[in-house]
Design a protein around this ligand. Structure first.
Ligand SMILES: Cc1ncc(COP(=O)(O)O)c(C=O)c1O
Length: 368
């Protein structure tokens, strides 16, 4: 085994910047004027921002003035949820939702063992002062896609705005905000082969939000601060490049890995649903996932124990607990997430390396 192999299968945590996105950023590098400046250089920068805004709007069937550039998915989620009234969300949201609502009047909708929210509980959770419902489009640990059309219809019937965290979904699923009845939607660049530090909050015309940043009035006064032009150009290009046909390729890598592991490693169970084409979340019964990730990393395989944001802690994944896993099994689970740059060779290498690592860790656990 060549220890110099690099198999990056943590694309749900972040992606590399694609060549096309780098090229676009490089091509426009001389447009560094402040978009708020009235001189030509400033106005040229502003034009580039508007091109990017249009590109994104087109892909999600929005109007350009409904696209607000933010610094990341976290900021988009925090902004959407900056409300005073009652909030309804789910137990399996990303920490940038859960930690934004934890000290507020919040109802958490539980999920079944596939990660789908309980629609009947949602229906009975509305209160007089419910201000927003926030349910993620696709989950970052197990890939579950919610029934967004049904959820948004329920929100409309109650006259409550509907926000969805589409950070994981947008790269894999064509999302038309009208078709899905979405009022607010969070997006992040670095999951889409664009740079880190750029996000989008889609805000339907007529829907109010409470900005977090005040200042020069950029982004329709909804998000002040001099625009991250390079990031904006990058995410605009990434949207232009979104071609859902690649899902078939990624899906085939995922299925090859799952089949290969089932054939070679006993006592494993699949937690991911297959809704997202790129996520494989597996419980390797009896192993400690931290040790497994360490061993994988030593062999050049980069995966994660769940969401990257909680990877540093020792807590079991709240998502895996919510779908009914024991703490022990949650701590024996690993997420592999594929991207455009993975190859069949990567999967072959994984199937070569993972079975002996699992065997070794299980022996250690028994003997230690
Ligand atoms: C579902 C989900 N929401 C939000 C975020 C946060 O996005 P960002 O890293 O751009 O703040 C992530 C990223 O890990 C995510 O997976």
């Amino acid at each position: 085994v060549n220890a110099l192999n690099t198999v990056y299968v943590d694309n749900s945590a972040t992606t590399q910047i694609s060549r096309e996105v780098w090229d676009e950023i490089r091509r426009t590098k001389n447009h560094y004027g402040n978009p708020s400046s009235s001189h030509l250089m400033g106005q040229n920068s502003k034009k580039l921002i508007e091109i990017s805004r249009n590109r994104i709007a087109k892909v999600i069937n929005a109007k350009p003035n409904e696209i607000i550039f933010t610094s990341c998915g976290t900021e988009s989620n925090n902004t959407a949820l900056n409300v005073k009234g009652h909030i309804i969300t789910s137990t399996i949201e990303h920490s940038s939702v859960l930690n934004a609502v934890k000290n507020k009047d919040t109802t958490y909708i539980p999920v079944d063992r596939h990660g789908l929210i309980d629609i009947n509980i949602l229906k009975s959770s509305f209160k007089e002062n419910t201000e927003i419902v926030s349910i993620m489009f696709a989950n970052n640990e197990i890939g579950t896609i919610q029934n967004i059309k049904q959820i948004s219809k329920i929100c409309r019937a109650h006259g409550v705005k509907f926000h969805t965290d589409a950070v994981q979904a947008i790269g894999h699923k064509k999302i038309d905000v009208d078709e899905y009845g979405i009022d607010l939607m969070s997006i992040s660049g670095h999951k889409l082969y664009a740079p880190k530090g750029i996000g989008v909050l889609y805000v339907r015309n007529g829907i109010d939000i409470n900005p977090l940043l005040f200042g020069g009035g950029q982004e329709f006064s909804l998000r002040s601060g001099t625009e991250n032009i390079n990031g904006i150009i990058g995410i605009g290009k990434a949207f232009e490049l979104l071609k859902y046909r690649n899902n078939i390729y990624i899906d085939s890598l995922k299925n090859k890995l799952i089949k290969g592991l089932y054939n070679t490693v006993p006592n494993i169970s699949l937690n991911s649903t297959g809704d997202l084409p790129n996520i494989v979340n597996i419980t390797f019964k009896g192993i400690n996932n931290k040790l497994m990730l360490k061993a994988l990393s030593a062999n050049g395989i980069y995966a994660s124990g769940g969401s990257a944001c909680s990877a540093g802690g020792n807590k079991p994944s709240h998502v895996l607990l919510a779908i009914g896993l024991s703490e022990k099994d949650a701590n024996s689970s690993v997420r592999f997430s594929f991207g455009l740059y993975n190859t069949e060779y990567d999967v072959n290498y994984m199937l070569h390396v993972i079975p002996p690592i699992v065997k070794w860790l299980r022996n250690q656990a028994v003997n230690g």
